[in-house]
Design a protein around this ligand. Structure first.
Ligand code: SF4
Length: 502
């Protein structure tokens, strides 16, 4: 059975979830502070590089080469990894990937694993699958730990707990840490250094105890089979080196052909993600090194809809994504709603295109709403380090969503478009509509705006004001003034030449 789990089950569609989020001023404040800090840093460090635009182009070109020749690179990856002593597994979907990880953990008779933050394992809901098999999965990234202890959902690719402020984090630590391991000190303050210290002590006993670790990877180098993880806290390095068994779940688009390509991405990623010149921790591992680190390494190559995205000529550029989250941090929609409203592990602009393509459109209302969760302002495209034209893909997906609902009983949008098409096709019908619009502007308009229209048009004015139509249409003015040859201001229509001095 195919299983794709890129959305949070049971979440309402974006317009409903966004309305709720917009009413939460604390959430809006937390998100605004955090995204503005990161985006300012990003802009500063990106501007330092004279060749940043060339780097972006190089990043896009390398990824496009991989996507064009994915079959060949995947074979090379399998050969390199096997030669380095790793075991390669192929997973068509979330269910297959989860089963592979559960089977390996069971074979080693463990009831817990440690995890370094991984979007791929969130996408397939690995923690839920492990829990169902009686295996606890401990998140070791600080923000992921906050989300897990708070029984919460991630709301940002890079900073999953971005919606929490530090006093909320302190409360979660005090309340929850003791239930699953070393408790936080009773006098814990909300100082970031103290919070990090509490997390470090809580996690250390788990690192030292765990036999099996699960990771994702930022890049997978085809020529050597080397996996690369970049992170800021050092937890990734602990996960990748201390346990006896390492399982890495990697999307098939994470391949780069050669080590030299990392030169491009290791400049683009930290600058775009956290506004840093380089990552604090960059870990690389190539299969098994006898007597050093995990002695059993498994790599699960995950499709889960990616080949479906690859088949979409416009949408496939989304597979270039290096999950830096720069598009999220500049998005005016995300800034106001936060990540939960998207109902997807991939929120913001990248989520609005990637999730519908991974899952397929026309299947459920929640996914179909995502391509419309954008103002199409283009800020995401301006900052994307691998030049993904997100607005172009959004428009393309909107078309696909509309097409998928053609036939059967027309929806409100389709009925409105059919009506508009009929009206615009006849000049007398259009003139009538313009007269009516001028009248409605006089009835409902206040200071040039209509704040509330009667149903069903209220669906538009519920969320935004409508500019009031002018009292007189252009066609009316043209007829009354003979194309401007008669004095427009004069009700009698005195004749005057255009350009005559007053
Ligand atoms: S779409 Fe571009 S900006 Fe957004 S997360 Fe991916 S790489 Fe970063």
């Amino acid at each position: 059975m195919m299983s794709k789990t890129a959305t949070f089950i049971g979440m309402p569609p974006f317009p409903i979830a966004a309305k709720k989020a917009l009413a939460d001023s604390q959430l809006r404040g937390n998100i605004r502070n955090a995204t503005h800090t990161i985006r300012t840093k990003r802009a500063r460090v990106c501007a330092e590089l004279d060749d940043f635009e060339q780097l972006r182009q190089a990043g896009a070109d390398i990824k496009d080469d991989v996507l064009r020749n994915l079959g060949r690179y995947l074979e090379q990856v399998e050969e390199s990894l096997t030669a380095a002593g790793a075991t390669v597994h192929w997973a068509r979907d979330a269910a297959e990937a989860n089963q592979i990880v559960v089977d390996i953990a069971r074979r080693h008779r463990v009831d817990e694993v440690v995890k370094v933050k991984s979007m791929a394992t969130q996408e397939i809901e690995l923690n839920t699958a492990l829990e169902a098999a009686g295996i606890a999965a401990w998140e070791t990234d600080l923000a992921e730990l906050i989300v897990q202890l708070g029984n919460d959902l991630p709301s940002h690719i890079l900073v999953p707990a971005i919606h929490r402020n530090r006093s909320e984090v302190r409360e979660i630590f005090l309340r929850e840490m003791g239930k699953v391991g070393m408790p936080a000190e009773a006098d814990l303050s909300d100082e970031p250094a103290e919070l990090a210290g509490a997390a470090r002590r809580h996690l250390r006993e788990k690192f030292l105890r765990a036999k099996v670790a699960v990771s994702g990877a930022n890049f997978l180098v085809a020529e050597t089979g080397t996996l690369v993880v970049v992170e800021s806290e050092g937890n990734g390095r602990m996960c990748l080196t201390l346990p006896e068994v390492l399982i890495s779940v990697v999307g098939i688009e994470k391949i780069v052909p050669a080590w030299t390509d990392l030169e491009v991405f290791l400049q683009l990623l930290p600058r775009s993600a956290t506004g840093e010149r380089m990552n604090p921790y960059t870990s690389t591992w190539t299969g098994v090194a006898p007597g050093d680190g995990p002695q059993e390494v498994h790599v699960v190559l995950l499709d889960n809809g990616r080949t479906q995205v690859l088949a979409d000529q416009v949408g496939r550029q989304a597979l270039r994504c290096i999950r830096c989250s720069a598009c999220i941090n500049v998005c005016p929609v995300y800034e106001r709603t936060g990540g939960h409203a998207y109902g997807s592990v991939y929120p913001g602009p990248i989520g609005a295109i990637l999730t519908p393509m991974l899952r397929g459109v026309g299947l459920d209302e929640q996914t179909d709403a995502l391509p419309f969760a954008s103002s199409l302002c283009g800020a995401c495209y301006e900052v994307c380090p691998v030049l993904i034209n997100i607005p172009e893909v959004l428009v393309h997906l909107r078309e696909k969503v509309v097409d998928s609902h053609r036939g059967g009983v027309p929806g409100a949008l389709q009925a409105a478009m059919t009506g508009a098409s009929w009206t615009l096709a006849g000049s007398r019908r259009l003139a009538m509509l313009q007269r009516f619009a001028g009248l409605s502007g006089r009835m409902f308009g206040r200071r040039g705006l209509i704040g509330r229209m009667p149903a069903p048009l209220s669906r538009w004015t519920d969320a935004r004001d409508l500019p009031a139509p002018p009292r007189e249409s252009f066609r009316g003015w043209w007829a009354r003034t003979d194309g401007g040859r008669r004095d427009a201001a004069s009700p009698s229509g005195n004749t005057r030449n255009i350009g005559d001095k007053e």
